[in-house]
Design a binder for this molecule. Structure first.
Ligand code: FAD
Length: 1132
């Protein structure tokens, strides 16, 4: 397999933790064309498996090497009765027909080939009969075709196999089937590799048959190819042949698709297809389109017959752009007037429908016109000049690459040693145990939440006698848990929960956005945590300064929410015990889970034991929202006095719990001719959901100043409430929004003065030792002095800026943007941040066990803790084990978050181990004096034990011995390319320099930087949430609608440097936290996009400032470019 295939194969995987680069590197290391450095980093897993074979030379293997690939070949028919219905697995078509003939009139059947359709339309059915046709050989037949014979695919042929057949046909008969290569390219972007490998083209067509609004890529491409279907009819086992338009209205109630045939095309056929999506891969189209025209090239590209112009994603009945097709007959494509007129006609016949979950009708209509232009320019190709030719191609993504550089100073290894996370082997092999992996106890029950479907309404009636009702009055948001159903198995609980009916009355229109909330007066001034005062925090005198500033501008910025997208759902198991309850919880904060459970059950805290082995990601979602689930399970466990397990599914998780707070900021900034900021007034509004739980707006005065000095500053925090789930902290909470706000201000100033943005940034850098509002004065502005100079060199900033400007001049329809963005993050140890740690050395063999109050959630806290213990005690790392976090040893520990857990737990372990080390050293000195030789570690430990020296040490990491705060500095240089006609974009390269002091573990820290950065890219680009305006239901509540970045959305070239030669004198062993600060750098994607969009707008005579609310989805980018077909669709 090549590296390119590896990359394509990861188009369906979502990873929040890593930023994908290490995953890609690991797989690419096994590819045939892998980089030599990568190749030596990993052993092929198949080699590992061979290495473990117990076979001795000359003897049999004994079974460990059994070829797992050989599945059980089913050749005979199988029938199974299930709760869902009857399942058949026939081996002939005749048998399928007889099953269908025996169905009663009202009975519905479902054919299961890949059965992937259920992932899209989850609520289809119910069906009484399921027929798996995978045993019917003839449905897998394929024929490659020739100049006189069509390509044929059996109905069960997978999309992957079909792509291969299309490519073979195009290769063998390019004159007849070149268009199938175009279709193959299009299908490569359908779903993801796992769906394409098992999903059939026929299954896809049937989904279109039942759901006319489905923007099926398979349907429009096959229609454009002039495909003909063969249907088989159960009534008389006959066949019929229909085209795809007839298929949509065909009665398929007792018929099945047998095959499709695709005829050869005429040699003068031009064929293009498009799929415009919210992210690079694994997303359904906003709009998809096919253009097929027979043209006479010699005669100015005259269209010689009726062309085919098809669109999906417009409205359920719109497929053919019939008027445009009619208009183009006999027209010359090489005539500007033809294109402009055709776009006008198309604009008048495309009437997109308007659903809240879709992109705006305006965008979809304009996109249809843009795609027509794109197709025609592609057909004309070299006939048009290079600048205009840039309209034709889509953005090609190169094979991605990553580079990481960091210091490798060995003096305190294993602290600072780049080693994989201790749990990584068990995690990748699937042996690491998460909450729901624990086998069920014999009497364990399963619970499922009942959720409301309406926001801001009174609950009139709940029809569920068995449900435990939580809400009796008003429901505050759609998705609020209203009850809990407990059953013997999970499926029964989930099904029963769905049957509970909730009736509503006094339904009020829900308030869903900050601007609506402000209008309705649901806003109050927030409190600043630094001053403990509500209202404005000030430095200097803004009002006075504003009177004399040479320039003033006002602006605003809206920033959206973000789902944490942790892999492990919110979950809890509560087991009644003789002393109270054992609670196993996906909690980032065991102490709070203990208190919440005790409070809800009204029992003392000492009857609740909370334990967490590890979390499958959290990012803040499991700080407080977790308690929704654990307290619900606790109520049920107490009532029924049996263990209860509640694990929510993705939709429930995304609906019932709040996400990142959306933000809105308004500002007025005053500055001089050079761009120096003189006065700034900012109003920050945070949407906390229906109730403020942990609003972040009060901690942002410091953050908002980022790396800049603003002599006169007013910052006013506001909290608004909306009829949505209570929001919560999410990686870099509020910080990222404050950094975005000030960076937006800087961009605004630069735009107003028409000056270089980096120049304005550098001009306003805070000097050393200058105090700022709630910001400790810095000894050195590390971004200014060290990071940006280094970044300019590493990223070849000046050279690339010249290249970008040149590229933008040379290309009318593709634009690039390049931007450097600095960030500073202050870590403040508030007194409540404290953890309990315990280190124990076992006398038996000298091994070490540690338990600490922090929670391992993928951030590597356990590895860093073990590294520190091994270093201080002077034992090998493999002698140290970290135990689960629980409320006995980790009693009263604070939340693990903001990376402070890693900082403080490693600190606690260092102190505890130092104390142990000192005790052991005293004994060692005595032993050496007695025996005149150095005792081994084990001898020393045994001696300590026999001398009654305590081999355990615990520590409470109260803040006393810490610095109050420290600064983390970083900067990023990011380059982006936009396809103006579609709005789609690709991050070409990102260079990040991150200060993390003397890294405790560069592998982990680089991973944190990459993961945080990509999560931020998602926040600012693809991750858009939509609500139903009438009910307040979250429409983006699954992977079909909500789009975190994939491996193919990450920067094509990602280079991370941990700032060399830094040592944080105040931190633990010289290190600094890395989990959150790099998140803020991701706003560079927005500033780079602004550069690219501005290039297009300026070329069209508008270089004024424009607001850019985030996330900047593909449709928004397109709309900001403001294409006007009449003026812009030019051939020259
Ligand atoms: C995550 C994901 C992303 C996707 N993205 C896209 C996308 O971007 N673009 C796009 O176009 N599609 C997309 N799809 C749809 C995907 O292409 C289809 O799910 C797949 O092709 C269906 O094939 P299947 O074999 O799994 O069908 P199944 O799920 O097995 O069947 C689907 C339907 O077809 C019927 N059926 C199957 N075979 C026959 C037959 N021979 N005769 C009559 N009826 C039959 C079944 O009864 C059922 O109603 C996506 C799907 C998923 C899960």
């Amino acid at each position: 397999m090549t590296s390119a295939r590896v990359e394509e194969s990861l188009d369906g995987n979502i990873c929040r933790c890593t930023g994908y680069r290490p995953i890609l590197d690991a797989f690419k290391s096994q590819s045939v064309d892998a980089d030599e450095q990568l190749k030596c980093r990993l052993v092929d897993i198949e080699e590992v498996y061979k290495g473990h074979c117990k076979k001795k030379k000359g003897s049999g293997c004994g079974g460990c090497c059994k070829d797992m690939k050989k599945g059980v070949a089913l050749t005979s028919e199988q029938t199974i009765s299930t709760e869902m219905g009857q399942w058949y697995r026939p081996t002939s078509l005749i048998r399928v027909y007889s099953i269908l003939k025996n169905l009663r009139t009202a009975e519905k059947f479902r054919i299961a080939v890949g059965n992937t359709g259920q992932g899209v339309f989850k609520n289809d059915g119910p069906y009484s009969v399921y027929i798996s046709t995978v045993g019917i050989k003839e449905l897998y037949s394929t024929r490659v075709g020739s100049t006189s014979a069509p390509v044929v695919l059996g109905a069960n042929v997978s999309l992957t196999r079909a792509i291969e057949v299309f490519r073979d046909a195009a290769l063998e008969s390019p004159g007849a089937f070149a268009h199938l290569d175009v279709i193959a390219n299009h299908w490569q972007f359908v779903a993801n590799v796992s769906v394409r490998n098992i999903g059939s083209w026929a299954g896809n067509l049937m989904m279109k048959h039942s759901h006319r609004g489905f923007q099926s890529d398979i349907y429009i491409t096959l229609l454009a190819a002039g495909a003909e279907l063969t249907l088989g009819h159960a009534a008389d086992a006959s066949n019929s042949y229909i085209n795809l338009e007839q298929f949509l209205v065909a009665d398929m109630s007792r018929s099945i698709i047998l095959s499709v045939s695709l005829p050869p095309a005429l040699p003068n056929t031009k064929f293009r297809t498009f799929k415009v999506t919210p992210r690079a891969v694994n997303a359904h189209a906003y709009v998809n389109a096919c253009f097929r025209m027979e043209v006479d090239i010699e005669n100015d590209y005259k269209v010689t017959s009726k062309p085919i112009i098809l669109f999906g994603g417009i409205n359920p009945s719109f497929i053919h752009a019939a008027n445009t097709e009619e208009f183009l007959i006999g027209r010359k494509l090489n005539d500007n007037a033809t294109i402009v007129e055709a776009a006008k006609i198309l604009g008048s016949e495309v009437k997109p429908d308007n659903h809240p979950q879709d992109a705006s009708p305006k965008y979809r209509a304009q996109l249809a016109q843009a795609l027509l232009f794109k197709a025609v320019i592609g057909f004309l190709d070299k006939v048009v000049g290079v600048r205009v030719r840039s309209a034709g191609p889509i953005i090609e993504r190169p094979l991605s690459s990553g580079k990481q550089s960091f210091d490798m100073k060995k003096e305190i290894w294993p602290v600072g040693e780049p080693i994989p996370k201790l749990e990584s082997a068990t995690q990748i092999s699937g042996e690491a145990t998460y909450l729901d992996d624990v086998p069920y106890l014999p009497n364990e029950l399963h619970a499922a939440l009942v959720l409301t479907t309406q926001a801001n309404a009174k609950i009139k009636f709940v029809d569920a006698t068995e449900a435990l009702v939580f809400v009796e009055e008003r429901c505050l948001y759609a998705g609020q848990p209203v009850g809990l159903v407990v059953a013997e198995d999970r499926n029964a609980a989930i099904r029963a929960a769905k049957l509970v009916k909730v009736e509503y009355e006094d339904i009020q229109r829900p308030i869903l956005t900050i601007k609506e909330a402000i209008k309705s007066g649901r806003v109050k001034v927030g409190q600043n945590v630094e001053s403990f005062k509500a209202g404005t925090s000030s430095q200097g005198d803004v009002e006075e300064a504003m009177k004399t500033v040479p320039h003033k501008v006002r602006g605003e910025l809206s920033q959206g929410t973000q789902y944490h997208f942790h892999m492990e759902a919110l979950a809890a198991r509560v087991i009644p015990t003789e002393e109270g309850y054992d609670v196993f919880s996906t909690s980032q904060w065991i102490t709070e889970t203990q208190s919440a459970t005790a409070q809800v059950l009204n029992v003392p805290a000492n009857s609740i034991n909370v334990s967490v082995r590890r979390l499958g990601g959290a990012y803040g979602s499991k700080i407080s929202r977790q308690n929704l689930v654990s307290t619900a399970a606790a109520v049920a466990a107490r009532k029924i006095q049996r263990p209860v397990r509640l694990v929510v599914d993705l939709n429930t998780n995304m609906t019932c719990a709040g996400w990142r707070e959306p933000y809105y900021s308004k500002y007025e900034v005053g500055f001089d001719d050079s761009g120096k900021l003189l006065a700034l007034k900012v109003e920050l509004y945070s949407d906390v959901g229906h109730v403020p739980n942990e609003p972040s707006v009060g901690i942002l005065v410091n953050v908002l100043q980022n790396v800049y000095y603003i002599p006169n500053l007013d910052v006013t925090p506001h909290i608004v409430t909306t009829d949505t789930a209570a929001n919560t902290w999410c990686r870099s909470p509020g910080h990222v929004n404050a950094v975005a706000t000030i960076e937006n201000v800087i961009e605004h100033v630069a735009s107003y003065l028409r000056k270089d943005k980096l120049e304005i940034r550098m001009l306003n850098m805070v000097p050393a030792n200058v105090p700022r509002l709630y910001c400790p004065a810095v000894e050195r502005n590390v971004v200014k002095e060290d990071i940006i100079p280094l970044l300019k060199v590493k990223a070849a900033y000046h050279e690339r800026m010249i290249e970008v400007e040149q590229y933008n001049q040379d290309n009318r329809w593709k634009k690039r943007g390049l931007s450097i963005l600095p960030a500073r993050y202050t870590y403040i140890y508030l007194p409540e941040w404290a953890y309990r740690v315990q280190v124990t050395i076992y006398q038996h063999d000298g091994t070490v066990a540690i338990s600490h109050g922090g929670v391992e959630m993928g951030q590597g806290i356990n590895t860093k803790v073990a590294q520190v213990a091994a270093y201080v005690l002077g034992v090998p790392l493999n002698q140290v084990k970290i135990k689960a976090t629980e409320t006995m040893i980790g009693a009263n520990s604070y939340v693990t978050g903001a990376f402070l857990g890693s900082d403080l737990c490693t600190h606690g372990v260092k102190v505890a181990c130092t104390a142990l080390h000192q005790r052991l050293e005293e004994v060692k000195t005595r032993m050496k004096a007695d025996t005149r030789k150095e005792p081994t570690w084990q001898e020393l430990v045994k001696k300590c034990h026999s001398d009654h020296v305590d081999l355990s040490e615990q520590y409470w990491t109260a803040a006393k011995e810490h610095p109050q705060s420290y600064e983390v500095w970083s900067a990023c240089c990011l380059e982006i390319e936009i396809d103006i006609l579609t709005g789609m974009y690709m991050i070409r390269r990102a260079d990040i320099i991150q200060d993390c002091g003397r890294s405790m573990n560069p592998f982990i820290d680089v991973g944190q930087v990459e993961g945080a950065f990509l999560m931020g890219i998602g926040l600012f680009t693809t991750e858009l949430v939509k609500y139903d305006p009438a009910t307040g239901q979250k429409l983006s509540n699954g992977t079909w609608e909500y789009k975190p970045p994939t491996a193919l959305d990450m920067p094509a070239d990602l280079r991370v440097t941990l700032l060399p030669n830094t040592m944080q004198p105040k931190g633990v062993l010289g290190s600094k936290a890395t989990g959150e600060p790099p998140f803020c750098l991701s706003y560079s994607v927005v500033t780079a996009l602004r550069h690219a969009i501005t290039a297009f707008r300026t070329e069209n005579g508008d270089d004024s400032w424009f607001e850019m609310d985030v996330p900047l989805t593909v449709d928004k980018v397109h709309q900001l470019c403001g294409i006007n077909p009449d003026h812009h669709f030019k051939l020259e």
